[in-house]
Design a protein around this ligand. Structure first.
Ligand code: ADP
Ligand code: MG
Length: 362
């Protein structure tokens, strides 16, 4: 598998006006992304997901660590807007309004990244037709302004705009969160179809776990600027090993109570402030498995299965305490129903869902 992105030990802190303290937004994030692969980045609001995305795009300069994309090191100078990158990384925001300037007609919005990437006019025209077809939008809306389109159509335009330069990577920051359920299902289907056709990789940032679950090959769970656990989607959904992942999957982020995990792990206690993080496990104050060791030392990253990484001294005990379950398949079935998506993987046999989802999506 061809690796296109490598993020190594990324840190990002923000200054606080009038104070010598800093917001420690990202605290040692590492992951890779292969061609044609989707990594779902999940976590509560404020966990640092958007900041990771912005560092990848070179829109934010990391305090430490590096982002290597197809042999280039990204920075403030070599970023998503640089001609040198030739539009190989694009982004789609939660609010289509953020990607689309209300003063520009749709055609101008779609053409803009192609111009930035130095694509000649003749090529641009053909490309506009192609991406409009790909996102199922009629040509006539090219002359419209964003305000006359529905939210779902605006998001399609956002995707068309992102696709225009033939990117190898698209960072999608909460792309479905502002949409109604029908539009949400359509966008998810569309993104998956585009990936199958083009082999584009996605970093899919979302707190909408049913969407993440549907599109992601791998999942990274963020908490206070760290990826506390990452691994194949099937493993993270059915057998999470980090107490935080268990808590996350059991509670707040699932839109439908039916898809809550049976084993509910409650994380009571105070969340440390990102301005004053402990020199120990960030979850220790809330974790039922925490010991003195957790309150004194940050657990290192450990690989506990193929591509499955976790920062926890007590992951074995935690995983044993969590009811082993068929949650993944259950989740998949309910998520499909909630999203109104039918599974097009015809060859799937009941009981095969985990295997099919985790590795067989081309
Ligand atoms: P998420 O996308 O997961 O909600 P963010 O990446 O937006 O999280 O934010 C992570 C942390 O960094 C939060 O504590 C947030 O307040 C802080 N943060 C993000 N951007 C800035 C900024 N420009 N200045 C100061 N703090 C910021
Ligand atoms: Mg965000």
């Amino acid at each position: 598998m061809e690796q296109i992105l490598e993020v190594t030990d990324l840190y990002k802190s923000f200054d606080i006006a009038g104070s010598r303290k800093k917001v420690q937004a990202i605290n040692g994030v590492s992951f890779t992304l292969n061609r044609g692969e989707t990594l779902g980045l999940v976590g509560e609001s404020g966990s640092g997901k958007t900041t990771v995305g912005r560092c990848l795009l070179g829109l934010e300069a990391p305090t430490a660590g590096s982002v290597e994309f197809q042999g280039m090191t990204l920075s403030r100078k070599v970023n998503v807007r640089s001609p040198r990158l030739r539009g190989k990384i694009q982004l789609v925001f939660q609010e289509p309004a953020e990607s689309l300037d209300p003063r520009f007609r749709i055609v101008e919005s779609i053409e803009e990244p192609m111009k930035a990437a130095g694509m000649p006019r003749t090529e641009r025209e053909g490309r506009i037709d192609e991406v409009m077809r790909r996102v199922n939008l009629p040509r006539r809306i090219l002359d419209y302004y964003p305000a006359s389109l529905s939210a779902g159509q605006q998001q399609r335009v956002g995707i068309a705009r992102a696709l225009a330069t033939g990117p190898a990577l698209i960072v999608l920051d909460e792309p479905t969160s502002a949409l109604d359920p029908t539009a949400r299902a359509e966008i998810i289907e569309l993104l998956m179809a585009i990936q199958q056709e083009t082999g584009t990789s996605y970093l899919f940032i979302s707190h909408d776990l049913s969407a993440v679950h549907h599109v992601s090959h791998r999942i990274a769970v963020m908490y206070l600027g760290m990826i506390v656990e990452q691994g194949p989607a099937s493993v993270i959904f059915s057998a999470p090993h980090h107490p935080y992942s268990m808590g996350l999957l059991s509670s707040v982020l699932l839109p439908d109570p039916e898809i809550r995990r049976k084993a509910t792990l409650s994380l009571a206690g105070e969340i440390p402030s990102p301005i004053n993080l402990p020199d120990a496990c960030f979850l220790a104050s809330r974790c039922p498995f925490a010991t003195d060791q957790c309150r004194a030392t940050m657990p290192p990253r450990e690989e506990i299965g193929p591509g499955h990484f976790v920062h926890c001294f007590h992951h074995e005990e935690a995983a044993r305490a969590d009811q082993p379950s068929d949650t993944f398949e259950e989740f998949q079935a309910v998520a499909q129903r909630v999203l109104g998506i039918t599974d097009r993987r015809d060859e799937a046999q009941p009981g095969d869902a985990v295997r099919l989802h985790s590795v067989d999506r081309p």
